[in-house]
Design a protein. Sequence first.
Length: 250
Amino acid sequence: MMITKAVVRNLWLAGFVLVLSVIGECSDCPPRGKPGFWSTNAVYLCSRWDGSQFVREIRIASPDGQKAVHVVGDHWVVEVGNKILSLDHKTSYVSFYPAELAWAPDSNAFYIVQSDATSEINGFHTELFGIEQQELKPLVAINRLVGDDLARRYKCLPLASGSDPEDYPNIAGLKWMDGSAKIVVIAEVVPHSSCEHMGYFGGYVVSVSDGTVVNRYSPQDVMTRWPTVVGTRLQDDFKGLGPKEKHALP
């Protein structure tokens, strides 16, 4: 029997409904969040169901202890001493499920990974934000940069109706490098049946100052270089790849 895209999505939807039911019964969402599932360097921005709506309040301090991202509900602000830094309502939005955040080691930047979808299968993107002289601003856009690069070689099968935006690669931050000068980003082929290489992922080192790709890494490279940083999502992806895919560069 051929497994169609609709069947796979229905299975994921059923899984998501199950997740919601578990969340509804569980109130374990600590003030500092939980480890990220893309990166163990990130904090998973967990929420809980109070019976009528999702609720969330998490405060994530910077490494130097001088700043903090304060997430309340589906929006966030940055606290610097007694000052509150904020951006427009759209930019400061963060989805209830799933999302994660990581500060740079020098405390001058952070990233947020979140999905536009209501499942863990697709729609992930990553935004970078910097803080300089108590000014908060978005940094270089990386989603199209690495997503288009991955899609050149690892495309999903075309649909009768044309390209599907839900087939676009997932983009997730993995770790900062050189303070906040560079970032390691993961581009993942969406794990559903319309994608021949479903679950394949590549690592990209991107210069934050000019938005250029400095290095590309195969799945095996990523696992070897950053074994303690790779989250459960990528660990599971890696297990499902064949020998050639594990060593193939994006």
